[in-house]
Design a protein around this ligand. Sequence first.
Ligand SMILES: *[C@@H]1O[C@H](CO)[C@@H](O)[C@H](O)[C@H]1NC(C)=O
Ligand SMILES: *[C@@H]1O[C@H](CO)[C@@H](O)[C@H](O)[C@H]1NC(C)=O
Length: 621
Amino acid sequence: MMRARFPLLLLGVVFLASVSVSFGIAYWEKQNPSHNKCLRSCNSEKDSYRNQACHARCNLLKVEEEEECEEGQIPRPRPQHPERERQQHGEKEEDEGEQPRPFPFPRPRQPRQEGEHEQKEEHEWHRKEEKHGGKGSEEEQDGREHPRPHQPHQKEEEKHEWQHKQEKHQGKESEEEEEDQDEDEEQDKESQESEGSESQREPRRHKNKNPFHFNSKRFQTLFKNQYGHVRVLQRFNKRSQQLQNLRDYRILEFNSKPNTLLLPHHADADYLIVILNGTAILTLVNNDDRDSYNLQSGDALRVPAGTTYYVVNPDNDENLRMITLAIPVNKPGRFESFFLSSTQAQQSYLQGFSKNILEASYDTKFEEINKVLFGREEGQQQGEERLQESVIVEISKKQIRELSKRAKSSSRKTISSEDKPFNLRSRDPIYSNKLGKLFEITPEKNPQLRDLDVFLSVVDMNEGALFLPHFNSKAIVVLVINEGEANIELVGIKEQQQRQQQEEQPLEVRKYRAELSEQDIFVIPAGYPVVVNATSDLNFFAFGINAENNQRNFLAGSKDNVISQIPSQVQELAFLGSAKDIENLIKSQSESYFVDAQPQQKEEGNKGRKGPLSSILRAFY
Ligand SMILES: *[C@@H]1O[C@H](CO)[C@@H](O)[C@H](O)[C@H]1NC(C)=O
Ligand SMILES: *[C@@H]1O[C@H](CO)[C@@H](O)[C@H](O)[C@H]1NC(C)=O
């Protein structure tokens, strides 16, 4: 019996394998034509910038189905262009990271799916976009080539391409997500193994495998032109299971040149906007009024989901840099921007409506509507529209003067406004000495932050300062490095996988180190001890998520130190030293919060100590 069953089983396995291989081939054959077609459409681009952008976007199409590797091992972020991706592929869910896998989220029907008779026109728009995609791409700048498993078949009928893609994506999603997950776990395991102890960590081949560190490359460009760009950070939960609870949050970065305007739009996400550098006139438009605000570095404002807004950089010299925490409303971790006007980079959402709906709604002939709103005239060829190239455009000094007339400045006096901007530095710092300052506005103090359950802080540190080891009791903190550089060390406990293999071993801690520089993002999970060493003058902002009643518990220093709150009887049982020893140890650091990173009595030789570590403190040595 056994003998008979075995070959059968083997046969079954072989059969399954061949089925999945041929499914894979079929899949590629279906997918690749779109990429090639996309490339061919680029040939008609004479303008070199647009041509480049077109290629970049085509590459993203291609890359999408492949797993990329950064520095050989790290899965790179797959393109995530909430706006573009949906329009071009039908929407495709990224790793939702939920167990069990949810059925793909219901998605709003795309205008172009609406009816057969619309198909052609919609398709034209789609093509137009492909040609003019005004979007630079990080991927392309990398100049990396992505291996392709099979040559594409190019015969497929264009007309059906859309539906095919959509069906494919629907069908394949869950499968794909699971793969992602596995890879993420794999990845995580790898980095834990190689970073687990000092001795192994030293010859690190790959610098960026810390799942909490998101450097500038992990942003995806949504829009880009000579006036600025909009980028979105890779999803937090994409690389590691450890940030699952951040799956509903995204980080957007906006950068614009002097004298520019970001065109009016809204998003299906709540935004918490912080001005990092430069100045802005930000205007929120409601159906009965509008509010304009002059904003400067350290100003913050919530833009509720669905609020139409636009942003002017009124300065003559300085770039404007804003960072936004986005909390999507409709889908976990995914949101779209809806632009009112048409540009070469982005269609007006009004164009999604049928011709006769527009005519009836505006009581105007379609040709007129087309001309006025969408910049198209009859008889015009594709690409002849007098459209703005991208969503960030130039604006004249005179126009800026007009716009700034109604703009109010952020209130310096009160931070408790329901809807007005507030400045993070408007109150005294909660920690301050000659080496550093920390300003913070908590949900308890500001209704906008209360609604989002987020705290905001800004930290200034001098070169050579150490922000003492501490942990946040319940907030997950997302650091945004604005200026300067720092080394950060974060301590976690080794994950289950490793523990099972070595059951008798004590729970081990593991250290996540990173060298942070401008525009990097670093996530500090709640409860994970962290320390920051400023290697230059440093300025960073922080979003604290799940912030209400969060406490910062310090592990060294004379104030807010949890260790010194433990009674001596318990201290003596917990540590090897006597209560007196412990008291002396705590007292020898007379400063709090920010201290000198290179004290005199520096001990040598305790680096790389190995063995059963039972105290989180030791992980810092
Ligand atoms: C913006 O950044 C530049 C360069 O880092 C700096 O010189 C300038 O003072 C900053 N401006 C503001 C308003 O912070
Ligand atoms: C902080 O960083 C500086 C520069 O890399 C280094 O010399 C110093 O030893 C670090 N301090 C600590 C406490 O790690």
